[in-house]
Design a protein around this ligand. Sequence first.
Ligand code: AMP
Length: 214
Amino acid sequence: MKLIMLGAPGAGKGTQAKMIAAKYQIPHISTGDIFRSNIKNGTELGRKAKEYMDQGLLVPDELTVDLVIDRLAQDDCQKGYILDGFPRTIPQAEALTAALAKRGEKMDFAIDVDVPDENIVSRMSGRRACTGCGATYHIVHNPSKKGELCEVCGEPLVLRDDDKPETVQKRLSVYHEQTQPLIEYYGGQGILRTVDGAQPMDDVFAAITKILEA
Ligand code: AMP
């Protein structure tokens, strides 16, 4: 099963992607997580990506596309994967389609987790991320059972710089300009499915599994 999660920043697609990856035993590939781990490890890629991420901008396609295409060639991707945060531009989507076509493959579904803009800013101010393993929580919708600490690794939780309100506004406008056109792109391929992301997390998950198991 090869899936793409689409949706605005803060729509909850990362949380859903992790749940789907666990249920169907496929790798969860998040470009945001890959960039953040590069930043944490002080790599050259991390240094370059951070310049864009801190401003709420997209990391250039040149730094992003090959990274993902190489990742998809690894052994654990043989039986499928879920892409979270990639593609985010039409050129990225075209590069993905072309790389898969070379191997006679295609994506099964692009799932759009749809949440109105009004809900996004308030949601993101409640988001918390682990400084250790990158796990994400929400103070209202998905709190850590350990309060201010990560349930998984026990490290402190913080509001990520790119989740601060001023950066969120920028990320939303970047989303509408550069990422939203993918909805039409995957609609045209006949693989777009839309779920109402404003529902409680478990209902969103149920709606997605219903699509995958139809
Ligand atoms: P995310 O965790 O998916 O919200 O990503 C956090 C940030 O990483 C984004 O705001 C972008 O700056 C960068 N990023 C993640 N994925 C991509 C991508 N596919 N293309 C460009 N930039 C990306």
